[in-house]
Design a protein. Structure first.
Length: 363
């Protein structure tokens, strides 16, 4: 009888063990569910208050699994309001509305870190609403109309649009009439039927074709009345100008080499918009903060004077067209500045809140 080799027996045992291991998948113990974490904070309370009304607000914690729950009694919650027309107790969340408008109510919850939640509160008299919107040009909707008059009756409630063409009115009754008007545009009247806060955007049309005013001009800036901060010559300036037009957009380049430009080439040009009766121009001045810390905020018109100071012409010019060109008033200033490397610009005074004539005469 043949005797089995010890080595061969060992190999057979190893193969059998390996076979058993491959056929038997490893055991997997169930893992314990992960604990939800804090994902955010929600503020519970009314969205709208009437002037003089008080309401209690509370903070709820939103967990990562979608669960909403109140924080534990020993959790620190701090409240604040973004505007004084809504007063809120720092430790209580009890808020009182003072005047019409809106405010952002913020709750800061300390629970495994700091979490914040914010809620907008609108303050209007009972039974009325907030109305917001944008006033723009019908031909070029991207052109937002500044200084448009927006009125709601009964009331009356009246406001004007900001530089971005937006308006906000508080206390609009459910059934009202909205009237919008702006220089150079046809007025618009609409009926309103509100049951909530709403947005009403209005496009204004021109009464005639838009002006075409490209070409060479002489720009005259004249400060009327006394102003001891500037000399007679500094109060009356003329510049060669070239106006180019692209649709409603205007670009005015001052073509003489007597301006100090910044690194981006700013200092001898400004922009505007044109309608069927005239044009509006915006000339920016120095911005201390942005100029010094962010290298922008430089004026659009910066003329170098004989003493190496800078004459800055700034403000908003509204003009009307005539056979003699464009003329109107600059609401702004003419002032002198010192500009030194590494330092914020320094004003030497100027003519502020004075009538300033702004004239573009074709050459």
């Amino acid at each position: 009888m043949r005797r089995r080799s010890p080595v061969r027996g060992w190999l057979l045992a190893a193969v059998a063990a390996l076979t058993l291991t491959c056929d038997d998948p490893p055991s997997r113990m169930p893992t314990s569910p992960s604990t939800p974490t804090v994902a955010g904070v929600e503020i519970i309370g009314p969205d709208t208050l009437a002037p003089g009304q008080t309401a209690q607000y509370s903070a709820a914690v939103r967990l990562s699994d979608g669960t909403i729950k109140a924080p534990s009694p020993d959790t620190l919650v701090t409240w604040r309001s973004s505007r004084p027309n809504v007063q809120v107790g720092q430790d209580t969340g009890l808020a009182t509305a003072a005047g019409a408008g809106e405010a952002a109510l913020t709750a800061e919850v300390v629970t495994g870190g700091v979490r914040r939640g914010t809620k907008e509160i609108v303050v209007v008299p009972d039974g009325t609403y907030r109305l917001v919107g944008v006033i723009s040009d019908a031909e070029y909707p991207e052109l937002r109309i500044a200084a448009a008059r927006v009125e709601v009756t009964p009331g009356p409630l009246v406001t004007t649009t900001g530089s971005d063409g937006t308006y906000r009115l508080y206390g609009v009754p459910p059934d009202a009439e909205l009237s919008v008007s702006a220089d150079g545009y046809l007025p618009v009247v609409r009926s309103l039927h509100l049951d909530r806060h709403a947005a009403e955007h209005v496009e204004l049309s021109l009464p005639a074709p838009r002006l075409a005013i490209s070409g060479p001009y002489t720009l005259s800036i004249d400060v009327d009345g006394p102003c001891s901060e500037l000399s007679e010559e500094q109060r009356h300036r003329t510049y060669d100008a070239l106006v180019t037009q692209d649709g409603f957009r205007l670009d005015v380049a001052l073509t003489e080499p007597r301006f100090r430009l910044d690194g981006s080439g700013k200092g001898d040009r400004f922009s505007g918009t044109v309608n069927s009766t005239g044009a509006t121009f915006q000339l920016d001045s120095f911005s201390y903060y942005y100029y010094f810390y962010y290298t922008f905020g430089y004026p659009q018109v910066a003329e170098v004077l004989s003493d190496d100071t800078i004459l800055v012409i700034a403000g908003r010019a509204t003009t009307t067209s005539s056979g003699a060109g464009l003329s109107g008033t600059l609401s702004g200033s003419v002032s002198r500045w010192v500009v030194e490397s590494g330092r914020p610009p320094r004003s030497l005074g100027g003519c502020f809140s004075r009538p300033i004539r702004f004239t573009l005469t074709p050459r």
